[in-house]
Design a binder for this molecule. Structure first.
Ligand SMILES: Cc1cc2nc3c(=O)[nH]c(=O)nc-3n(C[C@H](O)[C@H](O)[C@H](O)COP(=O)(O)O)c2cc1C
Length: 372
């Protein structure tokens, strides 16, 4: 087998993230693929095959997964709040473990990024009222055809609904461990519920969950406490996207907000902080250096980097200490054997955006691996 210069490649050195032992620094980024089994948004054998194909990763972060029906914002996305979903995820975790991999589950509540048809009779919930005119989610029509649609107007959460949501995170975290995951990642990025509470323009509450940075970060911190009540801290990660500028998220002072969040996370003993530069997907120039000032600079634990990393940039970022591990999204989506391809210096399959969301095996489990 050709090995080229990988023997001294830092991406192939092991890394310990809390209790997660990674044999390499290459992570599968969380990727929604909208292929959960219906009815019930239940993971299937096809989903298990997709993840097992990628078990060569140092760590797999499974796609964003709904902690509750009301937290669901996109069609055909899996949940972790019914017994059938837990059993479906067990197929996935067993397949990944049998293939020698490690997998954590990304816990998701979409908040206002949602449509009422996904939870009939109940509007999406958000920190505050106000329709996001530019926000769209993935829905399917009565013929099963998928596409982007505008979101529905949200209602502002009551204090009781906030308490229920925190309890839903705890239940979901417990269920993830029951389903055989090695840990969980709290999704506090990309303009979803927890990010909507953090950002000053989307959180206009005047109770203890809004206002100044203490108020706007309160829900996230209470969610972290709830999750840490169910899963050892050293198996919990969190994803932040501090300079995310889409879906009408515009924090007046991200350095203050995310500096405060990073200070708090520093005291929790979690497995890793995942810093995502998601705007690169919309063609923006990388903003990672700026974000690391008020995240990595304030957080002493393991840092995962993501956003338009190719192997060369990833290697440089780990070598220069920007981060410890690197998550690859689109590149890993299209290359099930990504670590082996990096080891050999390529070549790489190109991702096909037309098959990102919805459908079956095409564009999902049929990207070829290299011949061994
Ligand atoms: C098809 C697709 C689905 C995604 N789903 C998620 C998701 O479920 N959770 C999440 O945090 N980010 C999600 N993202 C963002 C990716 O994790 C990642 O941040 C983004 O692709 C940029 O990294 P890359 O340049 O390596 O692709 C998704 C991206 C793509 C392309």
């Amino acid at each position: 087998m050709p090995t080229n210069a990988a023997d001294d490649d830092i991406l192939f050195t092991p890394f310990q993230a809390g209790e997660l032992t990674l044999p390499n620094r290459i992570v599968l980024a969380p990727l929604t693929r909208s292929r959960a089994g219906q009815p019930g948004n239940v993971p299937t054998a096809l989903n298990a095959e997709y993840y097992a194909q990628r078990a060569g990763a140092g760590l797999i972060i499974a796609e964003a997964t709904n902690i509750s029906e009301i937290g669901t914002g996109y069609a055909l996305t899996p949940g972790i709040y019914t017994d059938a979903q837990v059993a479906g995820w067990r197929l996935v975790t067993d397949a990944v473990h049998a293939a020698g991999g490690r997998i954590v589950l990304q816990l998701w509540h979409c908040g206002r990024m949602s449509h009422e048809s996904l939870h009939p009779g109940r509007p999406p919930v958000a920190p505050s009222e106000g329709l996001c005119n530019s926000c769209q989610v993935f829905l399917v029509d009565e013929h099963g055809r998928g596409g982007r649609s505008p979101v529905s107007p949200p209602k502002a959460m009551t204090t009781a609904e906030i308490r229920d949501t925190i309890a839903d995170y705890a239940t979901a975290a417990r269920s993830a461990m029951a389903a055989g995951f090695d840990g969980v990642e709290v999704h506090s990025a990309n303009g979803y519920l927890l990010h909507q509470f953090l950002a000053s323009n989307t959180n206009r509450r005047d109770d203890e969950y809004g206002g100044d940075v203490q108020g706007r970060t309160r829900l996230l911190f209470e969610v972290m406490d709830a999750v840490l009540g169910e899963v050892p801290a050293a198996r919990v990660g969190i994803r932040l996207a501090p300079l995310f500028g889409q879906n009408d998220i515009a924090d007046a002072n991200p350095a203050e907000t995310f500096g405060h969040v990073s200070d708090h996370l520093d005291g929790l003993g979690i497995a890793y902080l995942h810093v995502a530069d998601t705007d690169v997907m919309a063609g923006a120039a990388p903003k990672m250096e700026q974000m690391l000032d008020f995240t990595r600079g304030r957080f002493g634990g393991a840092v995962m980097l993501n956003g338009a990393y190719d192997p060369e940039r990833a290697r440089a970022a780990v070598n220069n200490g920007d981060g410890d591990i690197v998550a690859f999204g689109r590149l890993y989506l299209a290359n099930p054997d990504l670590p082996e391809r990096i080891r050999r210096g390529g070549p790489y399959n190109e991702p096909n955006p037309a098959t990102f969301y919805g459908g079956g095996a095409e564009g999902y489990t049929d990207y070829p691996s290299l011949e061994v």
